[in-house]
Structure formats: C-alpha cells, structure tokens
Ligand binder design. Sequence first.
Ligand SMILES: Nc1ncnc2c1ncn2[C@@H]1O[C@H](COP(=O)(O)OP(=O)(O)O)[C@@H](O)[C@H]1O
Ligand SMILES: N[C@@H](CCC(=O)OP(=O)(O)O)C(=O)O
Length: 363
Amino acid sequence: MPLPYRRLVVKIGSNVLTQDNGLPDLPRMAHLVDQIVQLKAQGLEVIVVSSGAVAAGRSLITVPAQADAVRSRQLLAAVGQVKLLSTYAELLAKHGLLCAQVLVTKEDFRDRQHYLNMRNCFQELLQQQVIPIVNENDVISVTELMFTDNDELASLIAAQLDADALIILSNVDGIFTGDPRLPDSELIREIAPADTGFEQFITAQRSQFGRGGMLTKCHMAHKVAKLGISVHIANGKTTDILPGVLAGTALSTWFRPSKTASGKKKWLAHAHSAVKATVRVNAGARAALSTPGKAVSLLPVGILGIEGEFKKGDIVQIADEAGLSLGLGIAEYGLDKALERLGHQHQRPLVHYDYLFLNPDLA
Ligand SMILES: Nc1ncnc2c1ncn2[C@@H]1O[C@H](COP(=O)(O)OP(=O)(O)O)[C@@H](O)[C@H]1O
Ligand SMILES: N[C@@H](CCC(=O)OP(=O)(O)O)C(=O)O
C-alpha cells in the first residue's frame, strides 16, 4: 500500500522509552526501531527526535544528594545520551542501518545561515540512508536557552526539513476531552487548522517523566499543521503504532494541515529569538494583515512606530497598537529608510507577504 507521506519526523517522549521505575524500557525501544526500519524499507525518510537521555543516565549513575536540579539533569543527560544513542545504534545495526547523533540547542535555530547549515547536514544524512536521531543538548541548554521540551524541538525540525508529517509519540492515545484516565473522556480524532478551544480540555497533569506536558504538544502541533505539515499525537506504547497511524487504523489525534507554507515562512514561524525590532501597526494594517485568505504585505502607511534597530534582511516583529504580537517578517530595507517612509502612502512594503509569517491564532 502506498504511504501518504515521504518524509516523516517521529518524536519519542521520555515516558515511552522509560519503565515505571525510571529505567529504560529496552523491549519498547527495540519495537520502535523495528517499526522505523519497516517504514524505511517502504521508502520513507525518517528522522527521529528522541528524549530519554536523562532516564538512561539514571540507570548508570546516582546523582549526588547535594546536586541541584540543573546539575542533576546535566549529569544524567551527559552520561545517558551515550547509552541512548549506543542502544539505537546497536538495534539499527541488526538491520544493517546506521544512525547519527544530532544534539542541538535553541541557539542553533537563531541565524538563517546556521539554520541552513544544519538542514544541509540532515539532507546529507538522509541521502546516505542514515537515520538522524536528534535530542536537545542538555549539557549546555540551561534555563532560557532551553526548548520548552522536545515537542518544540521536533516541530522545528519538521518545519526545517519540510517533513510531510510529524508523529508525536506519548503515553496517551492523543488529546482527550478531559483527563485521559476518566471513563467519560473521549479521544479527539481530528483538529482542523481553524479549530480553537481544544486547550480547555488539557489538565496540568504530565506523564511521570515528561517535561512540557500536553499543552505544549497541542500548541506546537497546531502551529506545525498551519505550516502544511500533518501532525499526529499517538501512543508510543501501542504495538505497531507507527504503521497503524500511517495506515489510518490506529488511534491518534490528527492535526489536519493547511496548505503548505514556503520554506522562509516555516523558518520565520520559529524565529522569535532572532527578532531585532518591533514594528507597531495601526488598526487598519492589523485588519488587512489578518484577513483570511488574503496575501497582504506590510506597507509603511500602516506603521505607527518602531522600537529597536534593524538592517535589510533582519527579522522584525509586527505588533498591534496594544503591543500584541501579530507575527514576524523579514525587513526589505533598514531602519533609516523605514523611518523616512513611516506613515507615507505609495511606498515599497517594509515586509513582503512572501517573507511574512502571521501568528495562526490571529483573529
Ligand atoms: N486532555 C488531555 N488529553 C491527553 N493527555 C492529557 C490531557 N491533559 C493532560 N494530559 C497529560 O499529558 C501527558 C502527556 O504529555 P507529556 O507528559 O509532556 O508527555 P511526553 O513525555 O510524551 O512528552 C499525558 O500523560 C496526560 O497525563
Ligand atoms: N532531552 C531530555 C528530554 C526532555 C523532554 O522534552 O522530554 P519529553 O517531554 O518526554 O519529550 C532527555 O533526553 O532526557
């Protein structure tokens, strides 16, 4: 049967790879690797984003009682990542396949050139039939340098590599209409790009070893789907979940994708840390930019003011009069020219539509 996707990112959460006692679940890992190999044999390119370094570290070393939370995580992840990757390497070697370790931090997504370098490396690995296994570099990612969790990282990678689909494997079948442990809660099978309000169902409860929780998963999934990438949240503990999701026979919450965004827009969607200045627009410009289905560029006539400095090609944030962020764009010219043209009619757009990413929840 032909599979609907060509390039797939699979995110595997900590709890999927971890037993209740906190130690790695090797049979589960072996089964997931078998499924990945099966998909690869059917012609799919697979990129894995795997958590589990901290859990693997726990099986190897005891954290000293005086170590704080940051030190403990660094210690466990530094030791555990070696074990995590060597386990993947051994399991894949049985099928004659190689994997590659890709450890990243938020910084690696800041600069477009840096971003493209990373993308080129992924492309080479995929071309050589190597399976990239990505994780956050927990040793140097501390506090504000951290991704919210690996769901955010997996979303960035899916957008960066123009994946057709992202499958997020957790310990639940998807998003439920209430606490998944309660019998009245029902699985939401499909969420459309324009759907809102599903966040109300999500409780603060997390899996035992997870970091971000279901709310980040939802936000990320929705954002990625709006970039034109199909997203499924499914249960990584279910037998044959990956082929099941792809065949449409397994349970999951499917975030239906909107029409595909350009590579530049996908990059901009996650480029908040690279913003150089904020451009405030008036109500008319806000209304024009947020009209569904219309390709509108940001013209100087609708700009009220600018905070910060930028050059041609820098990323600017666009905000409304109240300071609410509307999206990000690439400046067509620098601050000096922008100030000269501010408020004037018949001027070149400061941000062209092709280089503009508007927040999906913009009303
Ligand atoms: N409405 C909901 N539907 C599904 N899961 C939910 C919901 N609200 C909270 N959760 C919790 O989210 C958890 C999964 O998120 P998380 O702990 O981040 O997992 P992971 O480690 O796989 O990233 C589930 O184990 C569940 O307890
Ligand atoms: N980088 C950490 C995982 C952090 C994380 O986001 O975990 P999870 O929420 O289970 O995907 C590790 O490898 O242990």
